[in-house]
Design a protein around this ligand. Structure first.
Ligand SMILES: Cc1ncc(COP(=O)(O)O)c(C=O)c1O
Length: 1018
């Protein structure tokens, strides 16, 4: 080992001039320079070139001097552009000269060029300069890759791998606390760091980029101009290069870890560091300081106070004290992040997994938070009374303000977003340990504000990590930490703060919780650290942190790092992103804009209209992040935004969309697939863009085939929006704005068994109601007319979800056909397996129509429609007039249609419709037993109606009640509708993917609403 206490060679200026002349042929002047071990002179040559003459300490083994010259030679050969000193050969052409010292010792001598620049020690350290230093070192070390020399394998106090030896110097530290501080770093080094060092990349490094060895360009102070003094170079771990440079460059920095991160990032850009290297950087910086202060103390004890030795001692102590207060995991996260690595290994996979699986998570609250009306708590506004009273630790006042706000705005759940800058964190615990003078003010959890006692459930299976009570004012109160290890996801921890102490008594570390199991309840201010009741819910992707070490609030500067360590828990808690961000126009603005630029009779649902911004499965999400259970819109047959359909549409649109004048596979495949779902005979398909268009086409076919325009429809039917279909829609022509029944249209009574005369035997309903059709035919006959068409929905919908009595269509079809007419089934609402038992609702009546029209669910939202008929009718329609429909049957529509058929079959959705439909029927019938106002419950598959009556005997329609129920069900986050001539039938047509849980949700809300509305009425 080098004897570092051996004094520097005593060589005079004159002797130096003489050595320079003799060995290097330079007749210059020499000025002495400071050096710890060697004797250095600045040499000015007659040509004004500047040099450093180094007379090496005689105690230094020659091999080390040779190593240095070899190193310079290597750089000269391989990286002539690097800003490092250049070696001047001796007059004999050698790299090293030798001179006898005054004591007779043999000294190696070398001459290197003087590099211009101002020492970093005398420069202003800026982030850009730190980065430049990092990149200068990165370039240097990249150039040194692969270089080796026996002299590089030195045993040396300054080799970071030897840093543990500082323990033997601890007795030189007088102050007990200082010693304890160093011991903490040494203990961690011995326990964790030392064992990992041998596995790291090693090579020759400079090893002493202290601020006197780094030169800054005075013209461009953000740039490092050169690196000097390779006296400490050795073969060691590469990361030591960065650690050593940091140990000096970040002394007294406002944000030392931030400064180290810039330096490391600069290095990384030139010479990519590895995660396992960065993971030790924090400790290696500290250990360089530990080495430095202990060596200084040892030498001070041995030598007469050498100011050079203790030059950086005081700032080193200051930095050590700061590092000691920091959490090394957080510091490491900052360093890793600066180099583009995850703040904690696996962090990005955790957030990715949660996002991909968010729909499978168990709800954290009794009712899924997505479905609740939400608002942000005002902690982002420092002047809001809730913020002010919370900061003043007056939780009762804060709670009262929030409760009043919720009552006024119908809010059920308050949200405190991730990342929000808040002024409520007034206590000392929120002082930053990283940035001098800064506070931690940005929220790193997700707050859910609900009344104390609100029960909270784990969204995923978990093991209890810890349960503790934190007593600090404005702390967590009862704090629970759970660990989750879902399949396919790195483990992560969730933190549950401000809980009732009950959880502490019930749970203990090691307990296993199923997904959906109770974690605890929101605590009162007495238990929860002195806050308005809420849950602080947080994820930590670093599972090594103890619950109390997890930062609940962080520095704004490091939000990007905290976002990976403690990602936003909104997805895990089931809070839709729309809760936090609104786009586009507000609801009133849209209403006003519609008034200004759209038809005034374009109807809007609800007196307080909803703005939806996203659909997902059975849910529609509004502009404030509330998810409504969609039990009304049957167009989204497979659920909103079904991925298969979206992909089919997008894929085909990206490839080709044209019209039926060109050949394409999709239209014929689709026609084959569609007709295969229908009874034999219904074999010819044609495509259109809307239900109305399909019915219009059907009408043309019927008229061509029969030569008659006379049609029989059922009362209160609706078949489309064109004039000829309005003429066939009593629901339109009989109501406001309608012109009454046209002469060619004949209206049969709606065959509504619930309202059948009491004296009719039930098994005669079909026959009795069919008589109304017979009467219309007779009426026509009296006018010398005959029916061309009988048109009916297979389950009349706008007439009030009316289920035709068994055998009704068979009776009617026979009558119509006997009179020379054809029969069409409008399956625009009820087709595509909605009834569950069959593909088509007419099949439940045991009939085969002559024409079937389809729309709404056919493309899961893509505007398309179809007409399927017999070859005979198709032949009649082929009367010489070409049929062309610009958009009908285009490749994109057919792709959508095919995807819908595929999904219905693949996912067994007809079976689901049947099972869930039966379940809903049973549950609604059970409600009927409890509520007299429910006159009738009817349904088939996922097509259901509940008729509300004032009196079960008279069956007087409870129209106002039905409207109120509809509104209040909406207020509870569920969409249904009202229908029927008296608008007293609750109408439900949920998507085919409706689950039992969705069914329970719907029934629960209807039940709750009925109870509440009836209680108000009482
Ligand atoms: C039974 C029935 N037929 C036809 C139509 C018309 O369909 P579209 O609105 O697609 O033109 C509707 C629309 O509500 C309908 O309910």
């Amino acid at each position: 080992m080098t004897n570092v206490s051996h004094p520097a060679p005593q060589v005079s200026q004159n002797e130096a001039v003489d050595i320079a002349m003799r060995h290097f042929g330079i007749a210059g002047t020499a000025a002495p320079l400071d050096s710890e071990r060697d004797r250095n002179f600045k040499l000015t040559a007659p040509d004004h070139s500047l040099w450093i003459l180094k007379i090496v300490n005689a105690s230094e083994p020659l091999v080390e001097s040779e190593f240095q010259t070899a190193l310079f030679d290597h750089l000269e050969r391989n990286s002539p552009d690097l800003a490092v000193p250049r070696l001047r050969k001796t007059v004999q052409g050698a790299s090293l000269a030798h001179a006898k010292g005054p004591g007779g010792g043999d000294h190696a001598v070398r001459l290197v060029s003087w590099l211009p620049g101002r020492p970093l020690a005398e420069s202003q350290t800026t982030p850009a300069l730190l980065e430049s230093l990092g990149s200068a070192l990165g370039r240097l070390d990249r150039a040194l890759q692969g270089f080796i020399h026996p002299g590089a394998l030195r045993s040396f106090d300054w080799d970071i791998r030897q840093a543990g030896a500082a323990r033997q110097r601890l007795h030189h530290i007088d102050d007990e606390q200082d010693r304890a501080l160093l011991e903490r770093f040494l203990d961690h080094f011995d326990a964790v760091v030392a064992a990992r060092l041998p596995a790291l990349r090693a090579q020759v490094i400079h090893n002493d980029a202290n601020d006197w060895n780094v030169l800054v360009d005075p013209e461009r102070p953000e740039r490092v101009a050169g690196l000097i003094d390779f006296g400490d170079a050795l073969h060691s771990v590469l990361i030591a290069e960065v650690a050593v440079a940091c140990a000096y460059a970040i002394l007294d920095a406002e944000d030392p870890i931030g400064a180290a991160a810039r330096l490391a990032a600069g290095f990384h850009a030139e010479y990519p560091l590895r995660e396992e290297e960065l993971d030790l950087l924090f400790d290696l910086i500290a250990m360089r300081l530990v080495t430095s202060v202990t060596l200084s103390a040892a030498r001070r004890d041995r030598t007469a106070d050498n100011p050079y030795l203790s030059i950086s001692e005081a700032p080193a102590w200051r930095l050590l004290r700061r590092l000691d207060r920091m959490n090394r995991r957080f510091a490491t996260a900052i360093l890793r992040h600066a180099c583009g690595f995850e703040a904690a290994p696996g962090a990005r996979a955790v957030t990715g997994w949660i996002a991909a699986n968010r729909l499978q998570l168990a709800p954290i609250l009794d009712r899924h938070p997505a479905t609740l009306a939400k608002a942000l708590v005002p902690y982002g506004d420092p002047h809001n009374p809730m913020t002010v009273t919370s900061a003043a630790q007056q939780p009762e006042k804060a709670t009262a303000w929030w409760d009043a706000y919720c009552a006024e705005h119908g809010i059920a759940l308050g949200i405190g977003p991730w990342g929000e800058a808040r002024t409520v964190y007034t206590s000392d615990i929120f002082q930053s340990r990283f940035v001098e003078g800064a506070r931690r003010a940005n929220h790193l959890g997700l707050d859910l504000f609900m009344p104390a006692g609100t029960r909270l459930y784990t969204p995923l299976a978990a093991t209890v990590r810890s349960v503790e009570i934190e007593e600090d004012p404005l702390g967590y109160g009862c704090l629970v930490a759970l660990e989750h290890r879902p399949q396919g996801c790195p483990p992560f921890v969730t933190l549950w703060g401000h809980m009732a102490h009950e959880a502490g008594r019930r749970l203990k570390a090691g307990d296993c919780l199923e997904a959906g199991a109770l974690v605890g309840e929101m605590g009162t201010p007495v238990e929860n650290g002195g806050w308005a009741p809420h849950l602080h819910f947080q994820i930590s992707t670093d599972t090594s942190l103890a619950a109390r070490d997890i930062l609940g609030v962080g520095e704004e500067r490091y939000l990007a790092v905290w976002k990976e360590l403690f990602p936003d828990a909104a997805d895990l808690a089931g809070i839709p992103p729309e809760t936090f961000r609104q786009n586009g126009r507000s609801r009133p603005e849209i209403v006003a804009a519609r008034k200004a630029s759209l038809l005034p009779n374009l109807s809007i649902s609800y007196s307080e209209p909803i703005k939806f911004v996203r659909g997902e499965g059975v849910w529609l999400i509004d502009d404030r992040g509330r998810a409504y259970l969609d039990c009304f819109n049957n167009v989204c047959h497979l659920g909103h935004a079904h991925p298969d359909v979206v992909e089919a549409i997008a894929g085909q649109a990206a490839k080709l969309n044209t019209n039926t004048r060109y050949l394409h596979d999709a239209i014929v495949t689709y026609a084959e697939r569609l007709t295969a779902t229908l009874p034999a005979g219904l074999s010819v398909a044609s495509f259109a863009c809307s239900g109305s268009e399909a019915n219009s086409l059907m009408l043309r076919m019927a008229r061509s085939h029969t030569g008659r325009s006379e049609a029989i429809v059922l009362d209160w039917a609706y078949h489309g929006t064109t004039q000829e279909l309005i003429d066939l829609s009593p629901y339109k022509y009989k109501r406001k704005g309608g012109k009454g029944r046209p002469a060619h249209v004949f209206e049969a009574t709606i065959s509504d068994s619930y309202h059948a005369p009491a004296e009719w035997p039930v098994d005669e309903h079909a026959k009795r109601f069919a008589e109304s059709v017979a009467e219309q035919i007779a009426d026509m006959a009296r006018q010398g007319r005959a029916p061309g068409l009988f048109l009916a929905e297979s389950i009349p919908s706008v007439a009030g979800q009316v289920f035709l009595p068994e055998g009704y269509l068979a009776e009617v079809y026979a009558l119509v056909r006997a009179a020379g007419g054809i029969c069409a089934a409008d399956e625009v609402q009820v087709g595509f397996g909605r009834v569950g038992s069959h593909w088509w609702a007419f099949e439940t009546q045991g009939v085969t129509p002559d024409i079937v029209t389809m729309g709404k669910p056919i493309g899961n939202g893509h505007p398309m429609a179809a007409v399927v008929t017999t070859s005979e009718i198709a032949a009649s329609f082929n009367n010489g007039m070409e049929y062309f429909n610009t958009f009908g049957g285009n490749p994109v529509s057919c792709a959508a249609g095919l995807a819908v058929l595929d999904v219905i079959e693949r996912d067994g959705l007809r079976r689901n419709a049947l099972e869930i439909g039966n379940y809903l029927m049973a549950r609604f019938k059970a409600l009927q037993d409890r509520y007299d106002v429910i006159g009738d419950v009817r349904g088939q598959g996922l097509f259901l109606g509940i008729e509300l009556v004032e009196d079960r005997k008279s069956k007087a329609p409870a129209t106002a009640l039905a409207r109120r129920i509809n509104d209040r069900v909406r207020a509870r986050g569920v969409l249904i509708g009202t229908e029927g001539p008296h608008d007293n039938v609750l109408k439900m047509r949920p998507p085919m993917i409706f689950s039992r849980a969705n069914a329970d949700h719907l029934v629960g809300v209807v039940d709750e609403t009925l109870a509440a509305v009836l209680a108000e009425r009482a």
